[in-house]
Design a protein around this ligand. Sequence first.
Ligand SMILES: Cc1cc2nc3c(=O)[nH]c(=O)nc-3n(C[C@H](O)[C@H](O)[C@H](O)COP(=O)(O)OP(=O)(O)OC[C@H]3O[C@@H](n4cnc5c(N)ncnc54)[C@H](O)[C@@H]3O)c2cc1C
Length: 440
Amino acid sequence: MTTPDPHGSRTALLDRLRGCFLGEPKTDTLPGGRTEALRRLHAYDPAAYGRTRNHLTGTLSHLSPYLRHGMLSAVEVKEHLKARFPNDPVRLEEFLRQLAWRDFFEKVLKWHGRGLDEDLEEPKHAVARSARIPLDVVKGDTGLPCVDGVLHELFEQGYLHNHARLWLAAYLCHFRGVRWQEGAELFRQHLYDGDAASNSCSWQWVEGTFASKPYFMNKENIATFSGGKWCGTCTAKCPFDADYPALQHRLFAGSTAPLATRGVDVGTRNDASLSPVVTDDIGPLPHATELVWVHDAAMSWGDAALKANPAAAVAFVFDEPALRAEPWAYHRLAFVLDGLDDLYSHLPNLTKLTLVGDPAERLAALAARLGATTIHVSQHPNPWVVETVERLRSNFRVVVHPRPAFAEYPQEPKRFSRYWERVAPQVLGYRPKSSKRPHQ
Ligand SMILES: Cc1cc2nc3c(=O)[nH]c(=O)nc-3n(C[C@H](O)[C@H](O)[C@H](O)COP(=O)(O)OP(=O)(O)OC[C@H]3O[C@@H](n4cnc5c(N)ncnc54)[C@H](O)[C@@H]3O)c2cc1C
């Protein structure tokens, strides 16, 4: 099966994926794909990044959705910026330090695997947490203009500034008493860049299970970094309007977390029964001894597994069991479909398929059908990639292609400051004056 429409018509595929996404198809989604990622990277100038990045209006790169899906790698971003702006610490230092957080969190994921779904450290407070997200939060109707504004952006636009993520995470954990895992799931479902590593680690950082203390903000912080966007006209009783010691006492000094109301999902969860469990009707396939599995964190034609195998069959599998358990907002799915169209149109390989189902089962069935004995894949710490590779290994030869390292840091990644202290010279090419700076 060949391009131009290797995963069948999008409508047919979406029909097949009913139950795996939230909401209805719409057109105004972020364009996915490596072509768009490269265009954005080449257009980006971080000249004002260090000065403005904490403000909602700061000149950020908005590259995270592309980095999350491997349409672009952090190494490529680093190399491109260093070549374009040589010896320019104003442009490079702060931006590359922030980019290093992504690498640090990936290293944490690699170290802990599925252990990242649970607290990495003892909580630093004794306040109870609920496993339910309050109804007013999932409806974006808390009555607080700042929180509702951020929730609206999350649900409608699928992107949040880092500060808005911190505020929302702190609001949910500390002001509403919700477990960080529930908030992390909400983010994974709706953010274009929803990611196993950066997301869970950041939520744990806010909760204080991967930091020396919990993170929280007050009204002054929100007003400053939002440019007074909400606070100027807000008439709500503000829960953030206090100094830090007072908030610290109110939030953590033995108080009980408020009870959450019944949790529901945002958007329309499509009825799983609508989706017929079909076997993918992919017709006759030419024989191929090699199969490349493209997973959703390695969607680049520059990837080693693809570059090494231009004659292999190529397959992407939507992980149906995972998506049914935790459906993505439609815009996330559309972004990945764009990415696949773009990827397939750049690959010389003859056979390019998009499948739906359990990845290990689907890939094994496809390999058997093709007569393939070897499956190639790009290395990634995402647990489901690691586990799928293990399952495939029982019947096939699996070649895991390594990715170029952003930085070498062989010991356990515990605190970013220690990691950055060690890797900054590798990343920047020199030792910065002070490598000990906080998260923000
Ligand atoms: C609670 C919470 C949840 C988060 N969830 C995710 C997530 O699911 N996926 C995700 O990619 N990022 C996540 N982040 C990190 C960060 O907010 C986003 O990477 C960043 O906002 C993306 O915007 P940008 O590409 O314009 O970033 P820029 O500021 O332009 O930074 C460039 C790149 O550096 C990396 N980066 C910058 N800041 C951070 C950071 N604090 N942590 C990790 N990497 C960073 C990203 O890859 C980003 O694309 C989360 C942060 C918090 C506080």
